[in-house]
Structures are given as C-alpha cells and as structure tokens.
Design a protein around this ligand. Sequence first.
Ligand SMILES: [Zn+2]
Length: 237
Amino acid sequence: MQFFHDFSDERNKTWCYHCTVTLGVNSTNREHIPTKSILTKPYPANLPVAEVCASCNEHHSLDEEYFIAFLSAVLTGSTDPNSQELKAGRSIFSRNKALRQRVESNKREYQTYGGQTNVVWDPELDRIHSVVLKNAQGHAFYENGEPMLDEPKAITVFPLATATEEQLASFFSGSDGLAVWPEVGSRWMQRMVEEQCFDNDGFYILQPDVYRYRLEFEGGVTVKTVIHEYLATYVAW
Ligand SMILES: [Zn+2]
C-alpha cells in the first residue's frame, strides 16, 4: 500500500467532517477510518486517519464498543471472553459484564424442523448503523475529499452468508469501470490508477480477510464495506 497526498479541496480540511465545527479552535482527535478495533493487529501501515472534533469522536465510542462486541460474538457464536474470535471482543467481554449481558440477550436459539438447535443474533440496529454510517462518512471524506453531512438515502447491513443471490449480485455488481469517476486528484482516484490492492469485486483491500471497501459515484456517493468476510455494509447518499 502506498501513501498519497490528497489534492482534493483543502478547504474541507479545516473543520470536523461530522459536525462542521472549526478545528484548531476546538480540541481535536485523530479518527481512524475505519474504527481501529474492527481491524486486527498488526494494523495496516497507512491506516486512513482524519482530524475530527473531540466531541464527535467520543460520541461514537459506546456504539463502537457495542459493534465490536456484537461482531465478535457472532463470529465466535458465543459471548465467552476466552473464546472470542476478535481480540477486541475478548477484552470488552472480560471487563464489561453489562455489555456482555446485553449482547447475550441479542442471541436467540430455535429448533429447526430437523430437531437441530440453531442460533440467530438480532443486533441493536441503531447502534450498528451509527458505526457503519460514521465509517462510511470517513471513507467518503478521506477518499473523495467530500464531507457527507446529509442524511443518507440508505444504510444496509447484512451477513454475506444469509444473503440471497440477488442481494449479493447487486452488492458486488458494477466493479467493471465506473460510470462516474471520482474527483481528479482524490485519493480514491489515485488508488485506482496507481495501487494494486483491489480485488476482483473492485474493493480496496485494507486488510486481507478483515476489511475491504469500495466507493461508487453513480447518482451520488455510495460506500460499501465487507468486514471479516462476514458482514456487508452499504451507505448511499
Ligand atoms: Zn465534530
């Protein structure tokens, strides 16, 4: 992975892309895109980072903790701290009993007609959506230089394993050249031209098997991610 200077509009860099408050006057935090704990160590060398205001950065922290805990529990099939797939999940469930109970209550067991016991997990969708939206805003801002302040037209999250053929086709389609190109000089444009980190679906591989994402510019901006090859997310403006 290479690191590029972002030539897109410098004016956008002086304020928080979540709330437009002026940076430099207010206290700021460095925000990783995506949320760092979604990834696994060692982290990619050039993990995207943007300056945001401290209050926006902290605002998302509880939702992020839930998101990671839930994802880890689903990947593991349990909330037992000792067996967690994600390291971050292990530490969250060890120290936060209330959250463990909360995620445990999202788990539902049912009997199949064949007499098998299956487990499904029902996430608190508002919390999941808040993290997915935040990360998508980050990707759009970092890759395209454009803050996405409007309500998105759509936020969708689904496990790849249970998706229908149609759902998968529509999610992964359109990778063969873009009808509308990103802004010249934007990071996404430079990546497309100069980097070899794209897979056959046109997704940029930030960390193999852990996190890949794609931006689309047809009829607005769309950000798609695949997280741990399990969860697909889609945000469209
Ligand atoms: Zn802010």
